[in-house]
Structure formats: C-alpha cells, structure tokens
Design a protein. Sequence first.
Lengths: 158, 324
Amino acid sequence: MSELGMFFGLLGAATAVLLAGAGSALGVGIAGRAAAGVVTEDPSKFAQVLLLQLLPGTQGIYGLLVGFITLSKIGLLGGGDVSISLSTGLMIFAACLPIAVVGLISGKSQGQCSAASIGIVAKRPESFGQAMLFPAMVETYAILALLISILAVSNIPV
Amino acid sequence: MASDWSYTYAVARIRVLETRLLTNNDVSAMTALKSADAVVTFLKDKGWGDSSDGNEPERIFALEEQKTWALMKELGVDFSVFDVLSLPNIYHNLKAGVKEVCTSSSNEKAFFADDRFGRENMLKILSEKDWTALPAHMRKAAEEALENMLHTRDGQLSDVIVDRACLDAIEAAGRASRDDVIRDYAGSQVAVTDIKIAVRAAKTRKSLDFLLRALAPCSSFDVKALAQAAFQGEDSLLDFLSSSGFREAAEALKVSPSVFERWCDNRMIETIRPQKYETASVGPLVAYLLARENEIKTARIIITGKINGLTDEAIRERTREMYV
C-alpha cells in the first residue's frame, strides 16, 4: 500500500511540473513568435518584447517549486524513510492539481495575451507599461493556484 | 472564426509595418504640396520605390506592389487565402485577352502581371480554347465571352459576361471562406460593384434585361429590386439605396461621381478596419494588402491631380481614407 501512496505522491509532483511546464512552453512559444515578428522589422524593440515573451514562463517555475516541495514531502529529496499511505498519496496528488491545471491553462492564455501586447508595443512603444499589465493579470490566477498547492502539500500530515 | 495562432509571427510583423503606412495627415500633406515631383519626393522620403525607379511614379507604384507581395511570400502564409483578392485582376486579364484575341490588336499594358494568368498564358488559353487551364469558375464565362465577341463583336456584352462571372466568383469565394475578413471583403466588394453598375446603367438608361444580367446576387440587398430601381431612373435608384442601408452612397452620388468612388473605397477600408485589433488570424494580412492597394491608389490620384493641375480641393474630394 505504501508503494502506491508513494506513486501518487510522485505522480502529483510530476503532474505539477509537467502540466505547468507545458503551459509555459506553449505560452512562451506563442509570445516568442510574435516577438520574433516585431524584431524582424524593428530590432530596437528587442528588450521590450523579450520581457513580454518571458511573462508566461513563470507557470513552469511555479510547477517546479510545487514539485520540489512535494518530492521533499514524500522523502525523495533527502527526507529519509517516509512511509506514505495510499490516502496520503492521493491527498498529495490532489494538492498538486491546482498549479498543474491552472498552470497549463494560464500559461497558454498568458502567451496569447502577451502576443497581443507585443502588438501594442509594435505600434506604440511608449505604451509598454500598459501592455505589460494585460498579461500580468493572467498571472494572478497562477499565483492563487500556486498558493493553494503549496499550502495543501505543506499541511498534509505524513 | 476561431483563432489561428500560426499567424502570430506574421501578424506581429504586420503590426510594425502598419506604422509605416500613410496616414490621413500624410495624405493631407501630399495634397498640399505644390507639384507632382514634390509628392514623389515625399513618397521617396517615406521609403517608397528604390534607386532604380528614376522617380517615375508608375514605376514606384509597381515596385511598392511587388514589395507587398514579396513580403507576403516571405511570411510563408498559405497564398490560397489571397485568391479572392486576385480575382478582379485575373478576370480583367480575361477581358483584355478576349479583346486581343478577337481584334488582333496588341496591348500589353492592358494586362495585370500574374504568375498563372498573365498576358502570355491568357492569350494562349484563349487562342487554343483550352478552358480546362482556367479555374472552374472562369471557364463558362471565358467561353461565352469569346464566342460572343467572335460572332457579334459586342465588346460591352463580353465585358458584362466576364464582370458578372467575376462577381459570382468573389461572392462564392467569400461564402466558402472560413475567414471573417474574406467573407466581409467579398460581401462588401459585390455590393459596392453592384451599386456602381446600377449607377452607370441608370445614367445610360440600360434595359432591365441588361441590369439583371450584369448584377450579381448579394446578401446586402435584393438585386432584382436594385435592377428595377436603376431601370426606373437615377432618383428611384437613390431612393432605393437610401432605404436599403446605403444612405451614404446615395448622398455621395448626389454630390459627384468622384465622391461616390471615394465612398466605395472608404467603405472597403471601413470593412477591414476591425482587423487592426485582430491578433491570431489571417485578417490583418489581408487588411494590410488592401490598405497598401488603397494608399497606392490614393498616391496615384494625388500625383495625377497635380500633373493635371487640379485644385487641392478637387484632389481632396478624391483622396481615400487611410487604414491607420
């Protein structure tokens, strides 16, 4: 039974890293295409569009953070022998889901929003600050999911 | 239409290039310049043409068109989405080809450059009557127009046959397209062309049969009612337009034919204007192509006006609204 608990704990960590990372990869990819389009015509905007491209990259970092905490929790990162029951493993898995799912969706959405904001910078570089705000709004929900995942994983008794 | 993020790179490039399009202020500034040479210099300062153009306006315009299409090729988008935009040109080449084949008078300048249906290919197809070499929507009209020209020498009827087929093809392409911008463009193009035909027919008192043959069905109004109104005369036509949601067209017609032409082009720009806010579709690319055509047309109007000594006011009456 404890092996199954460990499996679900590990599955939670893997899901958080995998889905949130995939969301970031999609988002950074979409924004990157837009950034490349702008820089092709106007290389002077490289720094501005690079910042906008990087915004959707945070979900992957959040997923990685939750993954580390989870691995530590289940004893795979220098925690010694930890026995994880099936129910605890399932709880850890459930705790990882917020950042996994929200990370995937918000990463991609933020990339799309960043691409649109890169369009603003392309036409009005002076509106860079405002352009940053639109994709930053999407970040709010990734942070909320991160908080819940960290709180939940940290407070599950092992 | 659902978003298509594969256009993200292309749209971002277009956003930068839109900042280099002529604005309404630029058009006003060009109109206020003293001579055609000054307008050419203004355009050269904006990056138009190249070192080989010899400050020749038509050469500059041709180069600008080439640059636009070269950009579209570079963006690597599926060119079939632009087919609807090339329909008027290839149908024009068909008309020019029919005339050249039947009258044996050569006029190279009457043809638009086109990779598939330029002068040489079109003349070959028409001479050999190889209708299968033409797109399906063109074959019947080409055969009918050529036969009519050979037997009756009625160039106007041949033109009507080809023009009607062109409008039907644009309408069908719009209906088949999954891109909103193509649908809107096609709908607007057919409606505006129908109105132009009706106006000319009303002025020259054409028969109802002629009108029904020339006008293509469109979603904006009942073409039979439009034909009937044009047949009854200009006043009746103006009333019809006013009551069919084309009050501005009627108002423009009351002022002058050039103001009406301006309204026609401005309506097209209004149709594509929402594409300025589109991020993930082919719409901004199509809109950019049309905007480039519009600014080239406007620059040509200004230069022609200056060469012919038109007043600034007369030129201003003819200049189009810009996209940006």
